[in-house]
Write a protein that binds this ligand. Structure first.
Ligand SMILES: [Fe+2]
Length: 429
């Protein structure tokens, strides 16, 4: 039975169902939890809550006298009865994230986070289609997934942004929303955003284009060029996105600004307001970079995708016009000059797939050598760390002289970069 109790009645052995507070305002990764220590109770009380909900079928109840002592009978589990879910007190704070920083290898993190990403993609698709039929936005439904993604970009700074570019997906709208979220979190980590800002920007990224649902589909999906009138309709979508978010509970100002200003441009040529440079909120500038990067590196019906390296080069060339020069430099630094999965050409005539990046030496990543007929064995790859070659920096040392498209050589980077060659990310069903 779900029961509301005074927070002072909370005891070890009780199962918290709901803290009665928005996920944006507390640091816990999961609100539902079996209370296992007084320390957890102390932390919950620190957040100034007056009452919380407990589930007495999963943990202790208050005693009939109301003194908060858990009733012994509800604490004793029947033999064979499934144990209640016990969740360690996990919090998402700047300190817990700092402790995670780059503790996992890129390959291990990609393998670990693939399931999370895939599930988040499916849940986002369902969630956004429900919003389309005017169901109110409930941030709690995406809170736990978003927190998992935040932890992933801390465990390894390159893995998640690489993962999203190693597969192409059919449902661009949903995939794009999640990918912009991943990229915004990756850049947010690089910019040292604190946890509340990371969450606000993550939510803003996920819903930045929500307002497109209010634009006629034939305009949104028109394969050819838009008329002035049609473009005028498209230009309304940031307003619509912001309006939908304003109507939702617990949405922060940064999140609304992400949606409202994600098409503003540094030189003032964007919309809806034509803001310039620092007039554009930082959160919106982050979404804007993530939005453009993902759009250019994604395959569309009307155009081919552009490689990550080439996209960054084009975006960098547009600095001070399209984007803040410092921010676009930071995007290059946080994704790598040769992002993971790039096919690079070496001075020796060999080719290699970028598999890891040294954040202190972006020009010399770790690569998997590929022969030009793609007969290399993905299971026993020949790995070369360009930053640490036996020849050092001699003129005979291998170095990158260009990039090429993996598709041109019929190379699937995912086959080489995942420990599991059957790697797939599902977004249908
Ligand atoms: Fe947009």
């Amino acid at each position: 039975m779900i029961k509301t109790i005074n927070v002072q009645q909370l005891k070890v052995g009780m199962y918290v169902e709901d803290l009665g507070m928005s996920w944006l305002n507390h640091p816990f990764l999961r609100t539902r939890r079996l209370i296992k220590s007084d320390q957890e109770i102390k932390k919950i009380k620190q957040y100034g809550l007056l009452s919380i909900k407990i589930d007495t079928t999963k943990g202790g109840d208050v005693s009939p006298a109301g003194d908060g002592r858990p009733q012994p009978q509800t604490m004793i589990l029947s033999p064979g009865k499934p144990q209640p879910e016990t969740i360690e007190p996990e919090e998402l704070t700047n300190e817990t994230l700092a402790a995670l920083a780059d503790t996992v290898s890129v390959q291990d993190e990609m393998a670990q986070v693939t399931r999370v990403y895939s599930e988040f993609l499916n849940r986002t698709r369902i969630f956004l289609s429900q919003v389309q039929i005017e169901k109110p936005i409930n941030l709690e439904e995406v809170a736990s997934d978003l927190d998992e993604l935040i932890q992933s970009v801390f465990r390894n700074r390159y893995a998640l942004s690489a993962l999203i570019k190693l597969k192409t997906f059919d449902e661009y709208t949903y995939t794009h929303s999640v990918n912009v979220c991943v990229l915004a979190l990756t850049l947010g980590r690089f910019l040292d955003f604190p946890v509340p800002m990371l969450r606000a920007v993550g939510i803003g990224a996920l819903f930045h284009d929500l307002g497109k649902m209010a634009i006629p589909e034939e305009i949104i999906n028109k394969p050819g060029p838009l008329t002035m009138e049609e473009f005028g309709e498209i230009r309304k979508h940031p307003y619509f996105s912001a309006k939908l978010l304003r109507n939702a509970d617990h949405v922060s100002r940064e999140t609304i600004e992400c949606a409202l200003f994600h098409h503003e441009r540094y030189g003032g040529q964007g919309y809806p307001k034509g803001l310039k440079a620092n007039e554009i909120p930082l959160s919106a500038q982050v979404i804007s970079l993530a939005d453009v990067y993902d759009a250019m590196t994604s395959e569309r019906i009307y155009r081919k995708k552009i490689s990550s390296h080439e996209t960054l080069r084009i975006m960098y060339a547009g600095r001070a016009v399209q984007f803040d020069p410092v921010l676009v430099s930071n995007l290059v630094k946080c994704l790598g000059v040769y992002p993971i999965g790039s096919l690079v050409k070496l001075n020796t005539g060999e080719m290699g797939l970028v598999m890891d990046i040294d954040s202190h030496d972006l020009m010399n990543p770790k690569i998997i050598l590929i022969n030009d007929s793609d007969q290399s064995d993905p299971h026993s790859p020949q790995i070369l760390d360009l930053a640490n070659q036996s020849g050092g920096k001699s003129k005979n040392a291998r170095r990158i002289v260009g990039v090429d498209a993996p598709e041109k050589w019929n190379i699937d980077p995912a086959k080489y970069l995942f420990n599991d060659p059957s790697f797939t990310v599902c977004c249908s069903g």
